[in-house]
Design a protein around this ligand. Structure first.
Ligand code: FAD
Length: 257
């Protein structure tokens, strides 16, 4: 933001030396709590994140290049709120809760209420993000797909998602989130509706792709037209739903749900 001259702060506070803001801890419910200062690389290599939030680990591996991942933080990515960023979308799909602290104390905020517009969040000017709670149990059925012009670039568009089956194997819950397709990460609720109650058959997945294209309204910019992004969101939604179905089938019998 400073580089683009979008902000010119009078004071800068370096939070790098606050150890309490870093770290990855397993939660009793099968989820994981991640400190806001945790680097993207730590998400990629952490066995706890792999076991309990594999979607997040995969999303982190798609962020920039290694030098960026070694330095960039989960909290920084969320607070910056770039609509094409991978980690915010993954955490919306995982239904994370954010722990926020300021002079009035600590509060918890559902990630659904955190992104309020382009590069804008619900964080107060005097608040910081302390940690991110990803609830358990882990999802076996998840998918992540994006298209970027070159590996390491911000995505032109992408989709992150989970699909959770009921005891009969039908999809009971789906959360599909598009990024690079609006001013913030957006749930594709009609596409989710096309999957819920189905066995994630090829027909249901094709319908979900069509619904995703119908419901999204992506921006037109120098990188891609709105129509092209809409096409991408449809194709990537199908890829994500198929990946979720196939992972779930491969993990049948595991404690993941
Ligand atoms: C060359 C390059 C390529 C990149 N490619 C990608 C990409 O492909 N995908 C992607 O998603 N991102 C990408 N990024 C972004 C990068 O991964 C970081 O997430 C982002 O730059 C934030 O960096 P940071 O964590 O150092 O936060 P900073 O740059 O230090 O901070 C970013 C903003 O968040 C605020 N902030 C930081 N931490 C907190 C906190 N704990 N609480 C409250 N506010 C906070 C700061 O005040 C500032 O406003 C790229 C960045 C660069 C430079």
């Amino acid at each position: 933001m400073m580089n683009m001259r979008l902000v010119r702060p009078a004071r800068l506070v370096d939070i790098n030396a606050v150890p309490e803001l870093s770290g990855i801890a397993a939660r009793a419910d099968g989820g994981v709590t991640i400190g806001a200062l945790t680097r993207h690389t730590d998400l990629v290599v952490s066995p706890v994140v792999h076991d309990r939030a594999a979607l997040l680990a995969t999303a982190a591996a798609h962020v920039g290049h290694r030098a960026i991942r070694n330095r960039g933080t989960l909290g920084g990515s969320l607070a910056h709120a770039d609509p094409a960023a991978e980690l915010p979308a993954a955490l919306v799909a995982l239904d994370a809760t954010l722990v926020i602290e300021g002079p009035r104390g600590r509060r918890r905020l559902a990630i659904a209420d955190f992104f309020v517009g382009l590069l804008t969040t619900a964080l107060g000017a005097d608040e910081i993000l302390v940690a991110i709670d990803v609830p358990g149990p882990p999802h076996a059925g998840w998918g992540f797909a994006e298209l970027a012009r070159r590996a390491g670039d911000f995505a032109i568009a992408g989709v992150a998602g989970i699909a959770r089956p009921d005891d009969s194997g039908r999809c009971r819950d789906a959360r599909l989130v598009a990024f690079g397709a609006a001013d913030r990460p957006v749930r594709l609720r009609s596409a989710e509706g096309a999957l819920i109650g189905t066995t994630l058959s090829d027909e249901a997945i094709t319908r979900a792709g069509a619904e995703a294209a119908r419901e999204c309204d992506p921006p037109d910019d120098v990188h891609a037209s709105s129509e092209y992004r809409r096409h991408l969101v449809a194709v990537l939604t199908e890829d994500v739903a198929r990946a979720a179905r196939d992972r779930r089938a491969a993990a049948a019998g595991s404690p993941c749900r």
